[in-house]
Design a protein around this ligand. Structure first.
Ligand SMILES: Cc1cc2nc3c(=O)[nH]c(=O)nc-3n(C[C@H](O)[C@H](O)[C@H](O)COP(=O)(O)OP(=O)(O)OC[C@H]3O[C@@H](n4cnc5c(N)ncnc54)[C@H](O)[C@@H]3O)c2cc1C
Length: 300
């Protein structure tokens, strides 16, 4: 299938955007905040919490970072005004982490102040490995001022158990745990599925043993079963974990977990930059083509 996935990625840029939208629309709430709020209302009615994500292009200027911050502030207003059961996910590079770190921190502080006034939670997404140190450093710094802030740890990174230990030592244990979506070098990241799953399970165990909150972000049936096993064995209360899934992915599995009474949060990306986002995701991870095509035919 690899050659087929790569072929699809090569022809995508020459196809009309409207055609690419057919592939992308299942995974993206729409181009506007209003669409994202509409989708969030629908998901809330189905028993899911949400986390909204503004799709950003790569940021090259301070003005672009400023615009991203303004949009994040609008998202928080909209969540609050529409009484959505949800929060915000933010990527620090969209606020200019790579062009002006101090300004990025100022933007993030403004976002967190607004969230805190509304009693809303903000999760800082984890990006590729060139951002890990900076993201964790900015996170730990801001979390002292704004406790309703969370980070993400990627199970494929060899360093992750050390990062989780360090965060736990600092008294922090509200973490989204996921496998990790970027293509990283084998020098720093595990490649074997089994090893990544084992480390994923180990990270969940560390958070539970520290008395923390685990947001278990996966669609992988095996990982979900292992998590449920640990939750049952350790008698973890439902207030101490939730599952998280991406919009449009494994909806049947999502409904099943909700039916069993587990907390579920859906990641709801939206924005004008849906095209760049879709293309980048596909290039980063060609296997997505297989998922997308399968999802066009097999619902749920
Ligand atoms: C809520 C949420 C937040 C995340 N945040 C981050 C983050 O901050 N940083 C980061 O690096 N990664 C993030 N990820 C992505 C994550 O790291 C994985 O790359 C992604 O979830 C796929 O891994 P999996 O555990 O679902 O297992 P996989 O083995 O990859 O997938 C299991 C099954 O789920 C289905 N599936 C998985 N992904 C898709 C898809 N995109 N489209 C269609 N079907 C799919 C397929 O049927 C697949 O067989 C996040 C994921 C979620 C759910």
């Amino acid at each position: 299938m690899r050659w087929f996935n790569r072929l699809v990625i090569r022809v995508m840029p020459v196809l009309p955007k409207s055609f690419v939208w057919i592939f992308s629309r299942r995974y993206i709430a729409g181009k506007t905040l209003e669409k994202a709020i509409g989708k969030s209302r629908q998901l809330n009615a189905e028993g899911c919490r949400v986390t909204l994500d503004v799709l950003g292009e790569d940021i090259f200027t301070p003005d672009e970072a400023e615009a991203e911050k303004e949009e994040c502030l609008r998202v928080l207003e909209a969540i609050h005004d529409n009484a959505i059961d949800g929060n915000l996910s933010v990527k620090l590079t969209s606020l200019g982490l790579k062009i002006d770190r101090e300004r990025c921190i100022r933007h993030m502080r403004e976002i967190l102040r607004s969230a805190s006034e509304k009693n809303l939670f903000v999760r800082i997404d984890m990006e590729d490995a060139t951002c890990t140190d900076d993201t964790l450093e900015v996170y730990t710094r801001l979390r002292e001022e704004f406790p309703r802030t969370g980070a993400v740890i990627q199970a494929y990174l060899r360093r992750s158990p050390r990062d989780v230990s360090t965060l736990i030592e600092k008294g922090i244990a509200n973490l989204r745990l996921c496998k990790g979506i970027y293509v990283e070098s084998p020098a720093i990241a595990y490649k074997k599925k089994r090893k990544i799953r084992d480390q994923f399970a180990e990270l969940i165990r560390m958070v539970f043993d520290a008395g923390g909150y685990a947001a278990i972000a996966t669609h992988d049936g095996q990982m979900i079963r292992r998590s449920l096993g640990m939750i049952a064995e350790k008698r973890i209360l439902r207030t101490r974990y939730e599952f998280q899934m991406l919009l449009g992915v494994t909806e049947k599995r999502r409904r099943e977990l909700i039916r069993q009474g587990h907390g579920m949060r859906v990641y709801v990306p939206y924005g004008e930059h849906w095209y760049g986002y879709s293309m980048r995701r596909l290039k980063e991870n060609p296997n997505m083509v297989g998922h997308i095509i399968k999802n066009l035919f097999i619902r749920g």
